[in-house]
Design a protein around this ligand. Sequence first.
Ligand SMILES: Cc1cc2nc3c(=O)[nH]c(=O)nc-3n(C[C@H](O)[C@H](O)[C@H](O)COP(=O)(O)O)c2cc1C
Length: 214
Amino acid sequence: MTTQTALQDFMTVVRSRRSVRSYENVAISQEELAEILETAALAPSSSNLQPWRFLIAHDTESKKRLEAVVFDFNKQRLSEASVGIVVLGDMKGYENADKIYSQAVEKGYMSEEMKNQFVGNLLGMYGSLPQEKLKDIVLVDGGLVSMQLMLAARAKGYDTLPMGGYDPVKLKEQFNIPEQYVPIMILALGKAAQEGRPSTRLPLEDITFWNKMN
Ligand SMILES: Cc1cc2nc3c(=O)[nH]c(=O)nc-3n(C[C@H](O)[C@H](O)[C@H](O)COP(=O)(O)O)c2cc1C
């Protein structure tokens, strides 16, 4: 294990995760972040196209630039955190279909012939989708990877804050983010200085419809 903190069991991780808004001043290495990101990237995605991209504000200068695009109520939280991660959706991510499925061929998971047919179908389908639909897809996939990132961080003894409170236009300007990338959320990540506030959830009966919707 590469971390000082023992990995926790899954239910403990899920049940103890909170949005943390106060962090200790500690540095997190690129290696440790890479491990968290690799775990996050095991998330499922539409046709396994993995359209998520991570812009990581790791050094002081880029963190300051990221702080400039979040709303005032988030500034202190992000500034205290060790790192800010912008989760982006790549609207052209489907163009990696051949690379992704060639990996599967190399591993022996599918034949070259099957790959070629599959990739041809995918390129045709995703390439003809309206932008709105493509955006829906990358937003869903981006949500899944973000959640997995938060849980992976928690399992390694770190905490996170998902942030929707930022200006996406300023974000794109600040980091010269090309048009094809859709901002999904910003995650602050670090060592908690203070536990997250407890929060409640709606009772199951309010959120479930068994067999039919009334
Ligand atoms: C997409 C998304 C955007 C959020 N944006 C913010 C934010 O801008 N600032 C903030 O302090 N919390 C933000 N939150 C955190 C929520 O307030 C928090 O998840 C919710 O209150 C439940 O608390 P918990 O995460 O501790 O379980 C956001 C959460 C999500 C999922």
